[in-house]
Design a protein around this ligand. Structure first.
Ligand code: SAM
Length: 281
C-alpha cells in the first residue's frame, strides 16, 4: 500500500521507527555514539536539505535503525548506507525489501571505506557520532583533488561544531574548520535540532550543516593552506608576526599583500588566507 505520511512524503506503509527499534532489540549503544531520531517530520525535513533527491544517489553514514534512510528513500533517492553496528542489519534489510533495488547497505566502518568508489557523485547525508563526523568532514573537504566525489554534504553536528564550520571572521568560533569549510565550498547552517529530538537525548544541542563544493581557487595547494591556518590559529591570541614567524615566506607574503602583521588570525578573511596560501604554494 502507498499513502501519504502526515504530509511528509509518500512511500510504502512502514511501522514507526520506535517499533523497529523494539522489535530488533536496538537499544542505543553509547560506545557507538548512538542517538536515534524517531520523528518522521523532522527526518523528512533533514532529507530535504540537499534539495531534490529523486533519482539521485544519497550516501548515508550510520543509518542505525533506518529513520533517516527511509526519509531519503521516500524522497526518491537511491541510497548507499554504511553501518558498523551489525545489530542494525536485519532492520535495514527489511527497509530494503520495502524499497526494492533502492537501498544498498554496506556493513563496516565509514572511516575505512572508499566512498568515492562506493557512492560516486552522491549527496552525503549523515547523523553521526560527533568525532566520526568531524574526521569525515575534514577528510572530505581536504586534499588536493577537487571537485570532490560528493555533490553535497548534509551533516548533523553538535551545535558548537556547526557554528565553527560556518563561522565568520572576528568571532571566537572562527578558526581552521571555518577556513577549511569555506575556501572552496559554501557552508550554511541549515537547521538547529533540539537535544530532545534524539533517543536517548545527548547533553548538547545539535545542528545540520549543508555544504556544496565551489570552484578551487587557482594556484592554491590545500596542504599549504592547512599548514598556514594551523600555524596562525595554533596561537590565535598572538599577532600574525609572532604566530607565523616559523612559517617560511609567511611574513613576506603578509607584506606583499599589505596585511598588517599586528593583526591576529581570527581577523583574516578566508580570501586573505587563500591569497597568502597562493603566494606560498
Ligand atoms: N542515522 C540514525 C538516526 O538518525 O537515528 C542513527 C544515528 S546514530 C547518532 C549514529 C549511527 O552511526 C549509529 O547507528 C552508529 O552505529 C553508526 N556509526 C558510528 N560510527 C560509525 C562508523 N565509523 N562507520 C559507520 N557507522 C558508524
Amino acid at each position: 500500500m502507498r499513502r501519504a505520511h502526515g504530509g511528509v512524503s509518500s512511500g510504502p506503509d512502514l511501522p514507526p521507527i520506535r517499533e523497529i527499534i523494539a522489535r530488533h532489540g536496538l537499544s542505543a549503544s553509547k560506545a557507538l555514539g548512538q542517538n536515534f531520531l524517531l520523528d518522521e517530520q523532522l527526518l523528512g525535513r533533514i532529507a530535504r536539505v540537499p534539495g531534490e533527491l529523486a533519482g539521485e544517489t544519497a550516501y548515508e553514514v550510520g543509518p542505525g535503525p533506518g529513520g533517516l534512510t527511509r526519509a531519503l528513500l521516500r524522497a526518491g533517492a537511491n541510497v548507499v548506507a554504511v553501518e558498523r553496528d551489525r545489530r542494525c542489519q536485519p532492520a535495514l534489510a527489511e527497509l530494503g525489501e520495502a524499497f526494492p533495488g533502492k537501498l544498498r547497505v554496506i556493513e563496516g566502518d565509514a572511516l575505512e571505506l572508499d566512498e568515492a568508489d562506493a557512492a560516486p557523485g552522491a549527496h552525503v547525508v549523515a547523523n553521526l557520532p560527533y568525532n566520526v563526523g568531524t574526521a569525515l568532514l575534514v577528510r572530505w573537504l581536504g586534499g588536493e583533488a577537487w571537485p570532490p566525489w560528493w555533490r553535497s554534504l548534509t551533516l548533523m553536528f553538535q551545535l558548537e561544531v556547526a557554528q565553527r564550520i560556518v563561522a565568520q571572521p572576528d568571532t571566537s568560533a572562527y578558526g581552521r574548520l571555518a577556513v577549511l569549510a569555506q575556501w572552496r565550498s559554501k557552508a550554511v547552517l541549515a537547521m538547529k535540532v533540539h537535544r530532545s529530538a534524539f533517543v536517548p537525548p545527548p547533553k548538547v544541542m545539535s545542528a545540520v550543516v549543508h555544504l556544496t563544493p565551489d570552484s578551487q581557487p587557482e594556484g592554491v595547494k590545500a596542504a599549504v593552506l592547512e599548514r598556514l591556518t594551523a600555524a596562525a590559529f595554533g596561537q590565535r591570541r598572538k599577532m600574525l608576526r609572532r604566530s607565523l614567524a616559523a612559517t617560511p615566506g609567511a611574513l613576506e607574503a603578509l607584506e606583499a599583500l599589505g596585511i598588517d602583521p599586528e593583526r591576529r588570525a581570527e581577523t583574516l578573511s578566508v580570501a586573505e588566507f587563500v591569497a597568502m596560501a597562493r603566494l606560498l604554494s
